[in-house]
Design a protein. Structure first.
Length: 237
């Protein structure tokens, strides 16, 4: 069985994780250690402004209870339930949009980051996807931790709550397939804090994301061409 070809999102490969969670319209790899997704993978969907966002945040009961985040873990924490797969990326149907509000798709983000530069990047990716020459846009993103720095947590470490580490940064890697069959790749690393810097200042080689995150991205793309692509920083679209 060739696992990466089971789903459209996975055609260019998926990284390893403790638990692979298959949703109807995206896939994520959950980390029991970090009590949150290690990565989330999607194909950006066409925009449908008729779908209303209803914010149905809820626990994902497919995750074992001892590793699962719940709403109470975020209450009073001062951190947003930050989407990995953006709500606005999934607006074809109400069900599709609702699925992005599972807490397995959330990570504790500083409000000024979640509602600022992270949101701006999500919006830019959707604009890229709307380009007439782009056939499909694949996005994988997730948290990054710097263990040379202190790691804060939300939630209490007791029998009723889990402790969720707060990421120091986040990565997002974007792959577009053009209508000519040409593939382009961009990767970003963004600290989990407010920033007024241009999005282009966060561009990094994809292999840097791989080293920091401890995962292999787009591993079905093999050969010298794609090895070189991972080492380069491509200008933003």
């Amino acid at each position: 069985m060739n696992l990466p070809n089971m789903r459209r999102e996975m055609r260019y490969g998926i990284p390893a994780a403790d638990q692979i969670v298959f949703n109807r319209h995206y896939v994520l790899g959950y980390s029991y250690y970090f009590r949150q997704a290690k990565w989330a993978l999607e194909i950006v969907s066409p925009n449908n402004p008729d779908v209303e966002r209803k914010n149905p945040f809820r626990a994902d009961y497919r995750i074992p209870e001892m590793f699962r985040a719940d709403l109470i873990d975020y209450e009073g924490s001062g951190f947003d339930r930050g989407h990995l797969v953006a709500s606005a990326d999934k607006e074809e149907t109400e069900l599709q949009n609702s699925e992005t509000f599972l807490l397995s798709n959330m990570s504790p983000q500083k409000p000024e980051f979640n509602q600022g530069i992270w949101k701006n990047l999500e919006s830019e990716v959707r604009e890229l996807n709307d380009h007439k020459k782009v056939f499909e846009t694949y996005v994988i993103c997730g948290p990054l931790f710097n263990f040379a720095e202190a790691v804060q947590v939300i939630g209490a470490d007791d029998s009723n709550k889990v402790s969720i580490p707060i990421p120091h940064a986040y990565f997002k890697s974007i792959l577009t397939e053009r209508n000519t069959g040409t593939i382009y790749m961009w990767s970003f690393i963004m600290p989990n804090k407010e920033s007024d810097e241009p999005l282009s200042s966060f561009l990094v080689p994809t292999e840097k994301v791989e080293r920091f995150a401890g995962i292999k991205l787009w591993d079905q793309l093999v050969g010298t061409k794609f090895d070189n692509m991972r080492k380069r920083v491509k200008k933003m679209w």
